[in-house]
Design a protein around this ligand. Structure first.
Ligand code: NIG
Ligand code: FE
Length: 394
């Protein structure tokens, strides 16, 4: 995938397939990608992981949007939604995210570390070697720091890379009179601590009815940017407005986009902001997928992530979700793989992964097939059988 463009549509014949290929990795970094016969003379045979069965190798997968730092379940919400209640109604009645906040606040940091580790390990088995993880179920200085600490600790024990994001601006905490008051608290009390303790250099906000308005989010994001944070936005999930704001403030990505208008997609696609669509949230909420095809046709940068969280996206299976989205939105395999590798890396501002090329991390996943098309065709049922993280077999 090393010669594929960062933006726009891609056809499968643009994939550069190396038959009988090999990857030479030294100290965790790729040194060469070529045919096995050319590379094998450069290393001791005892250092070769020789694959007996037909294998398609891809860069380690990247999930650029998750909320896997949570405690408790929201099975009750799910049942309410399938019987007709909407996500926003549940939220406005003080349930939904607030229910998870209660459970997460009551959970110890150690317990959260265990939960994150467990979820990250499941992800690694499915080929995901880099995972963005948001806080956002704390909504107080103490609990947000606890969540970000838990993410930091889990990152030290799991072999995948966890990229932390502070989503203290998920919804206004109930202890405050209004959203503006709470955003001031996030800005003046929480973020300075996050920065001082070096817990995250990314900040997210949920721009939505029942969460934060475009106007309030705008001034918050401008000052967050001034503090030196990178920005990402929960945008256009139920109502339009967030993606336009994401472009205006220079966010790294605008995530969701289920409710984006054609004009929104056009504006976003002309920018360098990654359009990060979250099919798992559509599947969890029973709503249409984001217009991923349109993003590509208008020249945008498409990433696909799971949004793994207890409320809207409980499944958390990236490959299954990407495969389903590709069937519904008519995405080529090249577009789909790009969206969960190097284009997702762009959403996280990571320039060292997502492609198998010299200088990049030795993050590689192998699927048991000799035809790359099998992977999406099997809609997530074909799992990678071999995974290397930084060149080390997992
Ligand atoms: O991306 N929409 C806001 N945040 C999450 C859901 C969080 C939750 O419901 O617990 C999302 O869908
Ligand atoms: Fe989310």
């Amino acid at each position: 995938m090393r010669s594929l463009p960062l933006k726009g549509a891609i056809s499968d014949d643009q994939l550069e397939i190396i038959i009988d290929g090999g990857v030479l990795v030294e100290n965790g970094i790729i040194k060469a990608v070529d045919t096995f016969s050319k590379l094998k003379s450069e290393v001791d045979s005892s250092d070769i992981d020789y694959l007996e069965k037909p294998t398609v190798g891809l860069p380690g997968l990247i999930d650029a949007h998750t909320h896997i730092c949570w405690a408790g379940s929201r099975a009750k919400d799910y049942a309410l939604r399938v019987s007709g209640k909407t996500y926003t109604e549940i939220l406005k009645e003080g349930g939904g995210i607030y229910e998870t906040v209660e459970k997460t606040r009551a959970s110890s940091e150690d317990n959260l570390v265990d939960l994150i580790e467990k979820r990250a390990k499941t992800h690694l088995q499915n080929g995901i070697t880099t995972i963005e993880v948001k806080s956002g179920y704390g909504l107080s200085l103490e609990s947000e720091i606890k969540c970000l600490n838990a993410i930091k600790r889990a990152n030290q024990t799991v072999s995948s890379d966890l990229i932390p994001t502070c989503l203290a601006a998920h919804v206004p905490a109930k202890e405050f009179n209004n959203a503006v008051e709470y955003l001031h608290y996030v800005e003046n009390e929480i973020l300075p601590q996050v920065q001082e303790k070096e817990l995250a250099n990314r900040v997210d906000i949920f721009v939505e009815d029942g969460a934060f308005s475009v106007e309030n989010s705008k001034s918050f994001l401008h000052s967050v940017k001034e503090k030196g944070f990178d920005i990402t936005v929960h945008a256009d999930q139920f109502t339009s407005g967030g993606s336009k704001l994401a472009v205006e403030v220079g966010a790294l990505s605008a995530d969701h986009l289920e409710a984006s208008s054609e004009k929104d997609i056009e504006f976003l696609s002309q920018s360098s902001v990654v359009a990060n669509v979250l099919p798992g949230a559509s599947l969890g909420l029973g709503i249409p997928f984001a217009p991923a095809r349109q993003v590509l046709d208008k020249g945008g940068i498409l990433a696909i992530s799971t949004d793994w969280n207890p409320g809207s996206a409980p499944m958390g299976d990236l490959l299954t979700q990407a495969a389903l989205l590709s069937a519904y939105q008519k995405l080529s395999a090249a577009e789909t793989f790009s969206a969960i590798t190097f284009r997702a890396a762009k959403a996280l501002k990571l320039s060292d992964r997502g492609i198998l090329n010299p200088g990049f991390l030795g993050d590689i996943v192998g699927f048991p097939t000799n035809d790359f098309r099998e992977i999406l065709y099997q809609q997530g049922q074909m799992k990678p059988y071999i995974i290397w993280k930084n060149g080390t077999k997992q």
